[in-house]
Design a protein around this ligand. Structure first.
Ligand code: GLN
Length: 297
């Protein structure tokens, strides 16, 4: 598998996220790619071992954990439909009376995190331990500077959370919920860490690192279906057309893609396109899928 070829052909493009000041300082010319197969092979190129802010990719971990431990129906509080609006849109939430369209828009992730806080004593720490366990890397950590930076400028997320609370869709203290949300988003991981951590979604819910199932086969399919239908926000249709794999992006420039029963591919390129997805990462995944003839379609 020639991941170096993908690296060579992807040229720097897109704009680094600046609405979170601590992210604006990341050099735009970084690029990494890591592949992990269910058989245990791994491939990497470029800045694959450098950690970056995983941002909304963390929303998948929050959901996986909630599907496992939240017993009340999460799906009464958050939908499973594509949104068709920006990831931080307030408009739809008003129309739909405080029920976010899906768990991968900001409002949906805030509800999922509120549900986690209701069942966990230390939701932040449990989440961190969960990500460490999945990736087999105990040194993974939150980036407090990024979390603080986001909390200082996160007016829209505060607005979303207040709106959810007004519609009785937040049970816990708003400051605690948002602090937990910003910390989840601030998690720093490398492409190698991500490719390993997401392997259960390519392996019917089974983690080879933990030697245990972290999701049932059915739940693993369900998470993949949500990634396919809203993992890349308002570019999800184009991404399915170009790449054809379930995936999740974050404004830190990372994208994780799943080839069911075979492998995960993590890419990182901080320059974003207008929809908030890594421009280089999308192109790299498109090339990778074409070169290896992988697609779920
Ligand atoms: N922390 C970011 C926010 O809340 C996450 C957005 C993203 O990665 N798409 O705006």
């Amino acid at each position: 598998m020639d991941v170096d070829q993908v690296l060579l052909e992807v040229v720097g493009e897109g704009e680094v996220a600046s609405y979170i000041p601590a992210l604006a300082r990341v050099p735009a010319d970084k690029f990494g790619i890591a592949v992990q197969t269910v058989e245990g092979d791994s491939f990497r190129a470029g800045d694959a071992e450098e950690r970056f802010s995983i941002q909304s990719i963390s929303k998948v971990f929050s959901l996986m954990l909630a599907m496992r431990i939240v017993t009340d129906s999460l799906w009464d509080r958050v939908g499973r439909e594509p949104s068709g609006n920006a990831f931080n849109s307030l408009v739809q939430l008003e129309f739909e009376r405080g029920i976010p369209r899906n768990p991968f828009i900001n409002a949906g992730a805030i509800v999922v995190i509120d549900a986690l806080i209701s069942v966990l004593n230390e939701a932040k720490i449990c989440f961190l331990e969960y990500a460490r366990g999945l990736s087999g890397n105990e040194s993974i950590n939150f980036n407090d500077e990024v979390a603080r930076s986001e909390s200082e400028t996160g007016y829209i997320n505060f607005a979303l959370a207040n709106f959810l609370k007004a519609h009785d869709n937040i049970d816990n203290d708003l400051d605690v919920v948002l602090d937990t949300y910003f910390h989840h988003c601030s998690l720093d991981m490398s492409c190698v860490d991500l490719a390993r951590a997401f392997l259960p979604l390519a392996n019917n819910g089974f983690s080879t690192i933990l030697g245990d199932a972290v999701l049932t086969r059915q739940q693993s399919r369900q998470v993949n279906s949500l990634m396919l239908t809203w993992g890349l926000y308002d570019a999800v249709g184009r991404f399915a057309y170009r790449v054809g794999l379930p995936a999740k992006s974050g404004v830190g420039g990372g994208i994780i893609a799943i080839v069911p029963n075979e492998m995960t591919i993590a890419v990182w390129g901080p320059g974003l396109d207008k929809t908030g997805n890594s421009a280089m990462g999308t192109r790299a995944l498109e090339m990778f899928a074409q070169m290896t003839q992988r697609s779920i379609f």
